[in-house]
Design a protein around this ligand. Structure first.
Ligand SMILES: *[C@@H]1O[C@H](CO)[C@@H](O)[C@H](O)[C@H]1NC(C)=O
Ligand SMILES: *[C@@H]1O[C@H](CO)[C@@H](O)[C@H](O)[C@H]1NC(C)=O
Ligand SMILES: *[C@@H]1O[C@H](CO)[C@@H](O)[C@H](O)[C@H]1NC(C)=O
Length: 511
């Protein structure tokens, strides 16, 4: 009899612990309603507010810190973001390597220490706290696949000072040195090394149970030590797939992986191990459509494949058009309307929108390292900045759609077929309808949404949240919209807008 109450109280305690863990951790469902601002910590803002020159071609630290991010959270929040993704936080290889300094954070050396260039453990906790006070989330970038040490000899295989690579410290914790030579051979992709002889990325032996368990414990502690809400996981396809489920379970928060590939069937299985992936297959279709006149219909095709093949469809993917590894869109095209159309994409489909810092300032950097500009020379300009306003409107529209329609986050984006399918796209995600074109500012494209699409009734007024201009369906409920200078349009029914709301109040027909 004595045992009964004891067991019961233990059970209650366990239940309480479980409940508190559920409240504290941020699973994928809590991320879908958010949008993410991606930051290269070294290039975003200095803790003392100064603006030193930053020669990006030198590939050296320019001085950005976690304190710098804390000081600029108003700027990020004003755009409507409620999550940030910061570059990797752990201690990296120090000094000038063959590839410059490790300012980007992807060259881990000691995973149990933080990168002192970005601040102290207290600074990182302060960032996490400052975000949580604003009901914002912290996503941290992490690398499992490799660590980095500068070779100490160039005879083959190369020598390294393994004692620098903590907590691993020996060649037996890494795969034997070989550089990936055959991307069609998955064993080669997983067990050979990224990098090159000047700067090899030592490939962790994720087939070794001791090493694997070290990584599982590490991620659990890291998430807990810094109250991390989500993880962006680097080079995921370079680690065997069955490593990831237990890793994600130990992380206990939303995980989104980098699987750098343009192919949905290849990428799809990784959405079973992690919560989801950065949607690279769709990215490539979007990038081609907007930078080289590629066929817009390819975007619809890729998304439809992804909706069918990814675990959770495309609801948990990270949706983006720029990041630290690819040339910025304005480095290829100068037409403002095309840039604006491309920027719109991540906000109007199923995935979680991600904006890469600097997009809102019209940054034009090409391939790495040019696409990792310092943001401070922009003065964090929010006034008379149409791109900043564009991002604000997109975030506001998405938030509005989520609030006004509980089904928004659970309804698949649908493409309404268009006669100029190669240069226009009509994406319906009720209550939003996004009309995109890659035709450019002299475009005379138009979109038609027949009444049979089931979206609108007769004589219905729709408001473009990007301009607050209105359009109407005809007496039969068909919608015909002309492009205005090739700009994107994001339409919402005027009856859903409120005259006391913050979104195009002057055009509202709702309560
Ligand atoms: C695939 O790559 C592994 C590792 O490099 C190698 O041992 C194996 O021979 C390769 N298989 C084929 C079929 O080429
Ligand atoms: C596995 O890794 C551990 C350290 O993580 C190492 O001590 C051990 O020697 C490795 N085992 C083999 C067979 O290489
Ligand atoms: C739509 O507007 C036309 C022209 O004003 C009008 O004749 C028609 O009755 C309206 N239809 C509906 C359903 O309100």
């Amino acid at each position: 009899m004595l045992n009964v109450p004891r067991c019961a109280s233990v059970a209650i305690l366990v239940l309480q612990l479980l409940l508190s863990a559920m409240v504290a951790a941020a699973p994928a469902d809590q991320w879908t309603k958010r949008s993410i601002y991606q930051i290269v910590t070294d290039r975003f803002a200095l803790g003392d507010g100064t603006s030193p020159s930053c020669n990006i071609g030198e590939r050296k630290y320019c001085g950005g810190t976690w304190q710098g991010i804390i000081d600029k959270l108003d700027y990020i929040q004003e755009m409507g973001f409620d999550a940030i993704w910061i570059s990797p936080i752990v201690e990296n290889v120090e000094g000038v390597t063959d590839g410059g300094e490790a300012y980007h954070g992807y060259w881990a050396q000691n995973i149990y220490s933080l990168n002192p260039h970005f601040g102290t453990a207290d600074d990182l906790r302060s960032l996490s706290n400052a975000l949580h006070q604003r009901n914002m989330y912290l996503m941290v970038d992490i690398v499992v696949n490799h660590l980095v040490a500068v070779p100490t000899s160039n005879t083959w295989p190369q020598s390294f000072d393994y004692s620098l690579l903590q907590p691993f410290g020996g060649s037996n914790c890494f795969h034997p040195e070989c550089f990936i030579s055959d991307y069609n051979n998955q064993t080669d992709v997983e067990q050979c090394w990224l990098g090159y002889s000047g700067l090899p990325l030592l490939d962790l032996d994720t087939e070794n149970a001791t090493t694997v368990n070290t990584m599982y414990s590490w991620i659990k502690d890291l998430v807990s030590d810094y109250s991390i809400d989500g993880l962006r996981v680097d080079t995921v396809k370079h680690v065997r797939k069955d490593f990831w489920p237990e890793f994600a379970a130990n992380a206990g928060v939303y995980t989104v992986g980098e699987v750098l590939i343009g192919d949905v069937p290849y990428a799809a299985p990784y959405t079973n191990g992690l919560d989801s992936i950065l949607d690279y297959p769709t990215y490539f279709a979007v990038y081609n459509a907007f930078t080289s006149g590629g066929n817009m219909a390819t975007i619809a095709d890729m998304v439809t494949q992804a909706q069918d093949q990814y675990n959770h469809g495309t609801f948990y993917v990270g949706s983006f058009v720029e990041n630290q590894d690819n040339p910025r869109i304005p480095s290829i095209v100068s037409d403002n309307s095309i840039i604006r159309n491309a920027m719109t994409w991540p906000f109007i489909n199923d995935g979680i929108p991600i904006l890469y810092y600097g997009q809102e300032q019209g940054y034009k950097g090409g391939n790495d390292p040019a696409n990792r500009e310092a943001l401070w020379p922009s003065g964090f300009n929010t006034e008379d900045n149409p791109l900043f306003a564009h991002v604000q409107a997109l975030n506001a529209a998405r938030k509005y759609a989520i609030a006004s329609s509980p089904a928004f986050l659970l309804s698949k984006a649908r493409f309404i077929p268009q006669s100029s399918a190669s240069s226009t796209l009509a994406v319906s995600k009720s209550p939003l309808l996004a009309l995109l074109t890659n035709g450019g500012s002299s475009s005379t494209e138009s979109w038609s949404i027949p009444n049979s699409a089931g979206l609108y009734s007769a004589n219905e007024t729709l408001v473009d949240v990007l301009t607050c201009n209105t359009v109407s369906t005809d007496a039969d409920g068909n919608l015909n919209v002309m492009a205005k200078n090739g700009m994107p349009q994001v339409l919402i029914p005027a009856r859903l807008l409120s005259p006391s709301g913050s979104l195009c109040a002057g055009q509202a027909q709702g309560l």
